[in-house]
Design a protein around this ligand. Sequence first.
Ligand code: SAM
Length: 329
Amino acid sequence: MPRDRFGREINYLRISVIDHCNLRCVYCMPMRGLSFVPSPELLTAEEIETVAQAAVQVGFHKFRLTGGEPTLRPDIVEIVSRIAATPGVEDVAMTSNAVLLPRLAAPLAEAGLGRINVHVDTFHPERLKKIMRFGTLEEIEAGIAAAEEAGLRPIKINCVVTRDYNDMDVADLARRARERDWHVRFIELMPLGGGETAHVALAQFVPSRETRQRIESELGPLLPVPGGNPSDESKNFRFADGKGVVGFISPISEPYCGSCNRMRLTADGKFHLCLLNDDELDVKKALRTSGGVPAVAAILARAVALKPTGHRLDEGVSTEERQMFQIGG
Ligand code: SAM
């Protein structure tokens, strides 16, 4: 298993396959001033497969595809299938806004996708529109239904809690994890990239403690789920009569850097060492100069060794270079 210099086991690679998105969430992607990675600069499906092969060699076994919106890649089914077919890969998951899943959920499941996390901040149609700016609740609900139908279970719903946008809806979301076997996870806003989205993240921040209090005061006590994976960033609970799980992901109020097991690959081919830092190692050059699996494995091993100990948001240090849609969450 690859260990970094702080003894953490780093075995989970999150691969951003594209920086485009079909939504414009207020805390993630500005409406104007965007520039995207030109297509020839995106890693190809074959290059992503080479990275997966190298990652397995280094000791990684868990993979997640993200973006931007990963389903916007015309070759997303091929990418999933290449990673899933790589010997040593145990788990291939995806994070998506679900808009394109009615068409893609079944082929993705067939290609080897095991699980999907769907991002839904509220089931209130107007408030959702205000957050996402593009897209509709009907599209997302149809996507979730298609994912369930395709057997991509359990459905995990990611909700970023944003004051005055959706904090009034957290109990409604949590109720869905009581009635169904969904995992509904509430995420604290993180300021990335220093622009208008970082401003929203700082101004509209809601700590998980407050979200939990709101849920419990409306729906009753949440009971901790015992056991679980120590590197799961989510602290998990259930209602006594609940079918699903309610989780809280609190990178700001309760950082979990000490148990972080993640490495990230950006769509333009850089290992991004920590979500909330700018440190990166380029891998595309090695891929495009016929370095192949051994060269990529050497770069990834170096990236693991250099992974920072934790974020330094409390010292005012965050990413300057990249916003969330350019890393993938
Ligand atoms: N398009 C996909 C989606 O919507 O899930 C994948 C990419 S998106 C960047 C991944 C996750 O990051 C989403 O759940 C999104 O809500 C979350 N996210 C985006 N900006 C964030 C921020 N500033 N703080 C916390 N989470 C954020």
